[in-house]
Ligand binder design. Structure first.
Ligand code: AGP
Length: 609
């Protein structure tokens, strides 16, 4: 999704802006641009495609300056084009970069056209820069002009603003989209996320919803949504500039797949004392909240939703607590019922997914008293807006396709299952069993990673395929869904997942020799049923690839290939069986030559509806 970077310094800020944009590339984008105020002029450069294209363009004209804003755009209103790329400029005087969506842009556009503004883009952003320009006709104060203008905006925005006649002022504001201020020594920066600024600072102020900041070379002045002067404390990020680099790995996604043993250890670190899960790991008053809980509602999108689907099985089977789950984008408009005693659990890697945030707000409006976020980004909006929090600690996830965020979500959800289950009769024995299985995960994931070469060979069968089916049962049905999502998003092969028992109700009609059917078949109580489903596919000539426990007697057949997996206990099995599906999608995508880390049309953090 769109990325913002801005800087004000006593040195040339262009290299800082370009480096910042490169560090935001992972969010997904289709064009990039930059505006600099220098020598009484406003310079702007924009380019469709990669940031390196913009960099080359800027090098031709040797643009430099001490204040500027830059942007990577992920098209929402209007196609990817130079005209639609940010910054947007009004009459060579004001430049704006924007993340989010202005919902009343049509009305504002009509009003502005009526008084003579000409539009050069199809974006919703251009109305913002025009409003600010208009407001500056009545004041010589850029901060005041921005404050006046944003009163007219409906929707979500994070903005960076510079103006030709205000060469010493950078304005930043946010409502519904994230924005941070980086604090350097005698210089300040703004960005959509801290990753953009790590080479220049590790000190950040996190703007809150409704904040407007006036940034000059020697200070930052912030006003909150009610126009009160406020302090936002400076927080030190634990991230280092190289923690968002891919090292010797060919792609971030591969690195992140291989990060998983370490990431899961991090997720569990310090959460147990004397082998007993500490409920304070969810927040200081977590125990009191959990005592009130009678049911759980999980809200999430995409891969995080799949983690929630697995957790629903766990909550009901292991913890014996009723659990619902819903895709956040549907929940927010459905007028659902939130019974008293509901714990609303949101799951999100980024903590900035607009639909998940809105669903949480909706749940609160509908009476939810308790909320808990499972999240990977400590400073995110979701974390700030939730009563309780469990950080997944997967470290920065840069590949658009979520990998380590998913498996750490599952591991931390199992911790929540233990904590809630204690109140619903989860036995000490089962609690201890799950806990020790969790600690065995890093070693078991290492063992599955050893299958990488075999899975790479397997991927060669996929490169020419148009479609694939994924099958699973029980907790492994959501794992099949996750496998299908991974294959779709990075290899662009159409893939669907079904609970294997559902095959004969329709999808069986798709089976022929051209249809690979990937089946997740751990050694559990559903195995015999699953074997019958496998037979149904095999009998119709389908090409089966079965990930199966190595202790089971099963061998390759003409149209059945078995990949033997290390034995694993039921509770943690979904986490383990995720790994080969991640590797499979990765290798298929590499063979197909797609942009693995930044697949077409997708964004890492979906901050618009
Ligand atoms: C996963 O591979 C996807 N990129 C996507 O489905 C993602 O999980 C979804 O957009 C939710 O993001 P979040 O976890 O940051 O809320």
């Amino acid at each position: 999704m769109c990325g913002i970077v801005g800087a004000i310094a006593q040195r040339n800020v262009v290299p800082i802006l370009i480096e910042g944009l490169k560090r935001l590339e992972y969010r997904g984008y289709d064009s990039a641009g930059l505006a600099i105020v220098e020598d009484g002029q406003l310079y702007r450069k924009r380019e469709v495609g990669k940031v390196r294209g913009l960099e080359a363009l800027i090098a031709q004209d040797a643009i430099q300056g001490n204040i500027g804003i830059a942007h990577t755009r992920w098209a929402t209103h209007g196609k990817p084009s130079t005209a639609n790329a940010h910054p947007h400029v009004c009459r060579d005087k004001v430049a704006v970069v924007h993340n989010g969506i202005i919902e009343n842009h049509e009305q504002l556009r009509n009003n502005q056209k009526a008084v003579g503004y000409e539009f050069t883009s199809e974006t919703d952003t251009e109305v913002i820069v025009n409003e600010i320009y208009g407001a500056l006709e009545n004041t010589d104060n850029l901060l005041g002009a921005v404050k006046e203008s944003i009163k007219k905006l409906e929707g979500a925005y994070a903005l960076g603003v510079v103006a030709k006649d205000h060469p010493n002022t950078l304005i930043a504001c946010r409502k519904g989209s994230p924005l941070v201020i980086g604090v350097g020594i005698g210089e300040y920066f703004i960005a959509s996320d801290v990753a953009a600024l790590l080479p220049v600072t590790q000190r950040f102020m996190f703007l809150e919803d409704g904040d407007v900041a006036e940034i000059t070379i020697d200070k930052v002045v912030i006003y909150d949504k009610d126009d009160n002067l406020v302090d936002r404390s400076i927080k030190e990020s634990q991230l280092k500039a190289d923690s968002v680099e891919k090292g010797l790995y060919r792609h971030y996604m591969l690195k992140e797949i291989y990060d998983q043993p370490w990431a899961i250890s991090e997720a569990l670190e310090g959460r147990f004392i004397d082998n007993r899960l500490q409920e304070s790991a969810f927040g200081h008053n977590a125990g009191e909240v959990f005592d009130q809980i009678e049911s759980i509602q999980i809200l999430a999108c995409g891969t995080s939703y799949h983690a929630g689907l697995v957790a629903r099985y766990w909550f009901e089977k292991l913890a014996k607590v009723p659990c619902n789950i819903e895709v956040a984008s549907e929940y927010r408009y459905r007028k659902p019922i939130v019974p008293p005693g509901t714990l609303v659990v949101t799951i999100s890697q980024s903590g900035e997914t607009a639909d998940t945030l809105a669903a949480l707000q909706e749940a609160k409006k509908l009476g939810a008293k308790y909320s808990l976020a499972i999240c990977n980004v400590p400073e995110s909006s979701l974390v700030r807006e939730s009563d309780l929090v469990m950080m997944t600690r997967a470290g920065p996830e840069i590949g658009v396709a979520s990998t380590k965020a998913f498996t750490t979500q599952l591991a931390t959800l199992l911790l929540l299952v233990i904590a809630i289950g204690r109140r619903f009769g989860l036995t000490k024995e089962l609690e201890n069993k799950i806990s020790s299985e969790l600690f065995s995960l890093p070693g078991k994931i290492e063992a599955v990673l050893q299958l990488d070469d075999k899975i790479k060979q397997l991927s060669e069968q996929f490169a020419e395929k148009q479609h694939a089916l994924f099958l699973g049962r029980g907790t492994h049905y959501p794992i099949a869904m996750e496998g299908a999502l991974k294959l779709k998003e990075i290899s662009y092969i159409h893939a669907e997942a079904y609970p294997a028992g559902e095959l004969k109700h329709g999808p069986l009609a798709l089976i022929d020799a051209e249809m690979p059917v990937i089946t997740v078949a751990p050694n559990n109580s559903l195995l015999e049923k699953l074997k019958s489903n496998i037979q149904e596919v095999s009998a119709r000539g389908g090409q089966l690839i079965v990930f199966m426990d190595e202790t089971l007697a099963a061998e390759n057949d003409v149209n059945v290939q078995i990949i033997k997996m290390p034995p694993v206990e039921n509770e943690i099995s979904p986490i383990i069986y995720t790994i080969p599906l991640q590797l499979l999608s990765y290798h298929v995508a590499v063979l197909k030559g797609t942009d693995v880390d930044q697949p077409r049309n997708l964004a890492k953090s979906v901050t618009v509806e």
